[in-house]
Write a protein that binds this ligand. Structure first.
Ligand code: BG6
Length: 491
């Protein structure tokens, strides 16, 4: 019997309750490039409650008008929403944690908004679009004003925090302890914007909703997994930050490790946020720690050198001529649990590369019986693989071996490649930051990072950072020409 299934699927977007979004760092780059366009997108899709207020806070002196003019060009929402529509939600307020009076002004502003004729208590989302060293003074100042206290009559008080969450294990633990003195874990929304990318959100669905993958997701079928990201851009004006951070802290410890956890974790007991975080945490604990020996054999670091008109890393403004900071990292990780015993996970991230792309590639073992008994033929074909493309062209590619049309023995690779965009099921989902803003207001932690998985991730990488710091001469810093595929290496 044939069954027709409808092509539609379960899809609901929920409008958050009346809220005030308080953005710290409102004159900064993140607010302009990401938050404002995402707020526009939410407005354009009717996903902001009409009783939403945005209090844009910064240390710069601005009137509402001068602030609005300064952000006009960044409000690139869809053509149906006129640029100024978002303006009526946004008010500017000068706030500097070093000046308690300005915090009292914020408190008074929030009080006033709370007294407006609102249908429900006004919730507060405090968004920290500020450098990491501003987080603690701001949280302390907000706590002093009593602005972080939740109760039924007041609504919720959420903190949306941007990475980095510490620079090593000790500082990450200290930051968590500090935060927990003022708020509960439930109030904290730690952002890793990669988790909100369409492909990354799709990892769990691909794995657990499809029988064809569920049953082959282990060391019996999988040869290795590679999670990689390349960017053609260099430092993008963040030279001082990057030289202190380096690629391991900037991309590997957070974005790529979060992806690894989703790709490799056991099925969660439910699809509630905490169950997913529990499964990620268990997986992170099973990642084999690096030793002095494996840091040498299994971790590659490199820095780009000048090529053509492009400056080398050490010639970039403000970068010391002897900087040891890595702009490229590749590494092999092993996971000590029954599912993954013996399967290498390769993570790789580089700046000033020849392309901008990010993907997760799952490569399967060769078939147990070479086709027509010919080991030679089997070797000449690319193995089965499943590629989840994060950018560009978010989508999926499956590589199969098949008989191609033509002569009887025309066997070759057949690629099934699709982008989410070209599927009729594409509903124009909110972009990554719009998704995160929405979910932080909807109290959904799924796409945020729980504190314990961050500290686990620092547990894995801190020994590497310490070894590089302690004895740099023992861990060669390779070079690669800017705009190339990265260094030559073997893992
Ligand atoms: C950020 C890193 O977290 O992610 C940047 O700090 C990097 O160095 C960026 O360029 C990449 O994000 P996306 O969304 O452009 O892939």
């Amino acid at each position: 019997m044939r069954t027709e299934y409808p092509q539609t699927f379960f899809s609901i977007e929920v409008i958050p309750a009346p809220s005030v979004i308080i953005i710290f760092g409102a004159t900064g780059d993140l607010t302009r490039r990401k938050l404002l366009p995402s707020l526009c997108q939410l407005l354009a899709n009717n996903l902001l409650h009409q009783e939403t207020h945005i209090v844009a806070c910064g240390r710069t002196v601005h009137t509402n008008d001068s602030f609005h003019s300064s952000i006009k060009e960044y409000l690139s929402c869809s053509s149906e929403v006129k640029k100024c529509d978002l303006f009526k939600y946004i008010n500017y307020l000068r706030v500097d944690p070093a000046e308690p009076r300005t915090l009292r002004d914020l408190s008074a502003r929030l009080e006033e908004l709370g007294q407006l004729d609102s249908s429900a208590p006004l919730n507060h989302l405090f968004y920290f679009a500020v450098p990491p060293d501003s987080t603690e003074p701001l949280v302390t100042a907000l706590a002093r004003e009593g602005l972080l206290v939740e109760d039924e009559n007041k609504g919720w008080r959420h903190l949306a925090l941007e990475k980095p969450f510490g620079t090593d294990l000790a500082s990450a633990l200290a930051l968590d302890q500090f935060l927990h003195r003022h708020v509960t874990e439930d109030q904290i929304f730690r952002i890793d914007h990669y988790l909100a990318k369409e492909t990354v959100q799709n990892i769990l669905i691909t794995r657990f909703a499809n029988r064809i993958f569920e049953s082959i997701w282990d060391n019996r079928a999988i040869d290795y997994i590679q999670i990689s990201t390349s960017e053609t851009v260099g430092l993008e004006g963040r030279n001082t930050y990057f030289d202190k951070s380096g690629m391991l802290r900037d991309m590997i410890q957070n974005h790529l490790t979060e992806i690894l956890m989703l790709v490799a974790m056991e099925p969660p007991v439910s699809f509630e946020a905490n169950a997913i975080h529990d499964a990620k945490f268990e997986l992170a604990k099973a990642i084999r720690p690096f030793t002095q020996a494996t840091i040498k054999t299994d971790v590659i670091r490199a820095q780009y050198s000048a090529a053509g008109k492009t400056l080398g890393y050490r010639q970039e403004p403000g970068i010391p001529a002897d900087s040891q900071t890595e702009t490229f990292v590749a590494m092999k990780l092993l996971i000590d649990n029954p599912r993954w015993q013996g399967v290498p996970f390769y993570l790789q991230a580089g700046k000033r590369m020849n392309t901008t792309d990010s993907e997760i590639k799952i490569v399967f073992k060769p078939s147990s019986r070479p086709i027509y008994g010919s080991a030679e033929l089997a070797k000449s074909l690319a193995p089965n693989s499943l590629t989840l493309r994060i950018r560009p062209d978010e989508g999926i590619c499956i590589n199969l071996q098949a008989k191609l049309s033509g002569p009887k023995l025309a066997i070759g690779n057949l690629r099934f490649n699709t982008t989410y965009g070209e599927q009729s099921t594409n509903l124009g989902a909110p972009d990554d930051y719009a998704r995160l803003l929405l979910d932080a207001m909807l109290h959904d932690h799924t796409l945020f990072v729980r504190g314990d998985t961050i500290t686990e991730s620092w547990r894995i990488f801190t020994p590497v950072l310490e070894a590089w710091q302690r004895a740099p001469e023992q861990y060669p810093l390779l070079t690669y020409p800017a705009g190339s595929q990265g260094p030559d290496f073997d893992l």
